[in-house]
Design a protein around this ligand. Structure first.
Ligand SMILES: Nc1ncnc2c1ncn2[C@@H]1O[C@H](COP(=O)(O)OP(=O)(O)OP(=O)(O)O)[C@@H](O)[C@H]1O
Length: 275
């Protein structure tokens, strides 16, 4: 059993930003959530984190509707790294990472286990040397790693990450995603970099206009045709040793397939829903 979304819809400010999405990550797998800007990835993660209730459908944790569960119960199982975490308060990196232990805290306050988990999370994200620094003095990438460390200190079963690598240099992109892939937890990761998704994700789900338009093994899903239809970009996809795909993007508009219907003016690359 794990965290899953079943036929989830979210009407946000009058617009259907998540439209009938079902995703069912397998225990222990890393699932990539892909799709252009505004396709609904962050909205879906918000629902899966229990931060908002879907308009229809269900988010389930171990078969229970998330809206019926206590926040502390959810926080012991599910950790979230979102895009916009910010604070102006003078807290240290270690203080930020310690926040991850709040759901586990008993009546007697912090325990030795809490400090062990915090130290391990700092180590895993390469932040041990920065533990005493003020969070607001960190670079964008270091802040992002501190938030990942906070989520790891939470020792979750399920990890939801919204573009966790967008501020990271290439070394830390590879290191953080390799770490997440290695952890024996289920993760759902919104990513813009299709090559990183191909490199690390067990499965990918591609969203467009709030819907799932493709899902499966990255090598099966990330085709030249899909990149053209969903992103409106020409790409050359090559298969490397071991079956992994590599995507090279090319300038210029993709050639539409000869049987493609005329593109509507506002959504030039819309494809039908895979629901
Ligand atoms: N607070 C909000 N109220 C109303 N609509 C919103 C709100 N936040 C986002 N939206 C809309 O929901 C849609 C999906 O946005 P969302 O942030 O989920 O997409 P995304 O795939 O994560 O995009 P990006 O890749 O740019 O982060 C967009 O059309 C966006 O304008």
């Amino acid at each position: 059993m794990t965290l899953r979304a079943s036929a989830v819809t979210w009407n946000r400010g009058g617009a259907l930003v998540v439209d009938g999405v079902t995703i069912d990550p397998r225990p222990g797998e890393m699932m990539g959530l892909l799709g252009p800007n505004g396709s609904g990835k962050s909205s879906l993660l918000t629902l899966m984190a229990g931060a908002a209730a879907p308009t229809s459908g269900r988010i389930e944790l171990d078969g229970n509707d998330l809206t019926t569960l206590r926040r502390k119960h959810i926080a012991r199982a599910v950790a979230v790294v979102d895009q916009h975490a910010h604070t102006d308060v003078d807290v240290t990196v270690r203080d930020v990472v310690r926040l991850g232990r709040i759901p586990h805290r008993g009546t007697f306050g912090p325990s030795a286990d809490d400090e062990t988990a915090v130290a391990a999370a700092l180590e895993q994200t390469g932040l041990t040397d920065k533990a005493g620094c003020l969070w607001r003095r960190l670079s964008g990438g270091e802040r992002q790693r501190a938030h990942i460390a906070r989520a790891l200190a939470q020792q979750p079963r399920e990890l939801l990450l919204d573009e966790p690598t967008n501020h990271l240099d290439i070394h830390h992109q590879l290191e953080i995603l390799a770490l997440i892939a290695r952890l024996p937890i289920t993760s759902v990761v919104a990513l813009h970099d299709l090559n990183l998704a191909a490199l690390f994700c067990d499965r990918v789900v591609v969203m467009q206009d709030g819907r799932v338009v493709a899902a499966g093994n990255p090598a099966d899903v990330l085709t030249e045709d899909l990149v053209a239809r969903v992103y409106g970009v020409r790409a050359v996809v090559t298969r490397e040793t071991g079956g992994r795909v590599h995507i090279r993007f090319e300038p210029g508009a993709p050639t539409p397939p000869s049987d493609a219907p005329p593109a509507p003016p506002t959504r030039p690359h819309a494809v039908s829903s895979a629901r």
